[in-house]
Design a protein around this ligand. Structure first.
Ligand code: PHE
Length: 442
């Protein structure tokens, strides 16, 4: 028997859920370490260009496919273009959901662990020692990862409106306010000047490093939840009459602002405490405890609030990852949402265990990187851009001009031709170009 498909309760419910998907560990944890590794301003400039020239059209394209097809990421391609190869983008999306959520759950678990640490007095003394000790244990990080996955599973289990929409509605504003307050404080710590120079003063030499291009573009895909059908799946729960362009602009604008403010929290503090920006994926977990300690008495409270909200932002992204796979298997196996969510969620948790163990408990490396770092770079920098490329080519080159404009909600105004041009040429060429540079210099 066909089950009736769920829908969002309101347009704002959709925007907030999509924003919840976009804003997550990517804006704080991944953005800051990728920018730290990428030498600061050069990374930032390429990232911002990618968001504008690639992120915007790709998001609109994912929205158009999802809203038009009203089905999951795999079926969408089968429905719009039966018996063609485009469906590979949907298959890659479901695969990416498994791979990304597997390690995302590990970092989400770290974030929960830190929340707890601030309940029990905070982290004082050498923060990198605390962090190293925690992540290299074989048991504790796995238990926190389990807890994170259990919360994610519970929300998806409750469904689109009662779970995803409701949980996204009230978290984002609180996290934004807290982040701005922390940025203001961090800027007073004495590292502001150095941080500004690092973030905004172009260092032309850094542009000659090919790895900056791929990591900055990958970051744009990751932070906007693009290239794997998350935005496609969310848009499939929209009524076909809902508007898309302004939603995409709001989501992208706020997500980018979020990352920039997070940079203004992390880098001034980092330079004030004389830490190294190229610390890698542990960056926020090592830098932020120093700020909270320097705050004195209220530090533990602020630290608690920060990591609690970071965990919630991570959960609202994790549910969108899980939903891509769940939506697919509900239809494919014709099973109930509840059973599918439990099974898929558990499998993804298990898949994540090697990532957790690779942080010091067991030696698991691929191409010289820990298993977790490899999964992160492989999915974000390769799988997502590739998936995005296939989707833009699909829409840009197999839909008629009228279909592209109609399903993207761009009327016959000045934006129309610009959108067509980006969808057909600018975005695919830019993605291809960066992917090739990245592969040549692997
Ligand atoms: N955008 C999320 C973040 O920044 C991660 C994510 C990627 C979510 C891909 C869904 C799909 O944390």
């Amino acid at each position: 028997m066909e089950q009736k498909r769920e829908q969002w309760g309101s347009r704002w419910g959709f925007i907030l859920a999509a924003m919840g998907s976009a804003v997550g560990l990517g804006n704080i944890w991944r953005f800051s370490y990728a920018m730290g590794d990428g030498g600061g301003s050069a990374f930032l400039i390429i990232y911002l260009l990618s968001v504008l020239l690639i992120g915007f059209p790709v998001m609109l394209i994912e929205f158009s496919i999802g809203r038009r097809a009203q089905t999951d990421a795999v079926d969408a391609f089968k429905k719009i273009a039966p018996k063609t190869g485009w469906v590979v983008a949907g298959g890659m999306g479901v695969l990416a959901a498994f791979l990304i959520l597997s390690f995302y759950g590990v970092i989400g678990g770290w974030s929960l662990r830190y929340t707890m640490a601030y309940v029990t007095g905070g982290i004082t003394g050498d923060s990198s020692e605390f962090f190293g000790g925690f992540i290299s244990s074989a048991v504790s990080p796995v238990l926190w990862q389990f807890l994170f996955m259990a919360i994610t599973i519970a929300i998806v289990y409750l469904g689109v409106q009662k779970g995803i929409e409701l949980s996204s509605k009230w978290m984002m504003p609180i996290l934004s306010i807290l982040l701005v307050l922390l940025a203001v404080y961090s800027l007073t710590l004495g590292g502001a000047q150095e941080a500004f120079a690092f973030m905004f003063q172009p260092d032309w030499e850094a542009f000659t490093d090919p790895s900056v291009y791929i990591s900055a573009m990958g970051q744009a895909f990751f932070t906007l939840s693009l290239g794997m059908g998350a935005m496609l799946t969310y848009a499939s729960y929209l009524d076909p009459s809902e508007r898309l362009t302004s939603s995409a602009a709001i989501i992208i604008g706020l997500d980018t602002l979020f990352a920039l403010v997070a940079g203004l929290v992390i880098f001034p503090a980092l330079f004030a405490f004389g830490l190294d920006p190229a610390e890698g994926p542990g960056l926020v977990f090592v830098v932020l405890p120093n700020i909270f300690e320097a705050l004195g008495g209220v530090g533990a409270l602020v630290g608690f609030a920060f990591f609690l909200l970071l965990s919630m932002a991570a959960i609202s992204s994790a549910i969108s990852l899980l939903e891509v796979a769940v939506a697919y298997f509900i239809r494919k196996l014709n099973m109930s949402r509840k059973n599918v969510t439990l099974i898929v969620g558990l499998i993804i948790f298990l898949l994540g265990v090697p990532s957790s163990l690779s942080q010091g408990a067991v030696e698991i490396t691929i191409f010289g990187a820990s298993f977790l770092d490899f999964m992160d770079a492989f999915t974000g920098n390769l799988l997502l851009p590739l998936g995005g490329l296939i989707m833009v080519l699909f829409v840009g080159w197999t839909w008629t001009k009228k279909e592209i404009l109609h399903h993207g909600d761009i009327g016959d105004n000045a934006l129309g031709p610009a959108y067509l041009l980006t969808a057909k040429f600018v975005a695919p060429i830019a993605i291809l170009f960066v992917l090739i540079i990245g592969l040549i210099n692997w």
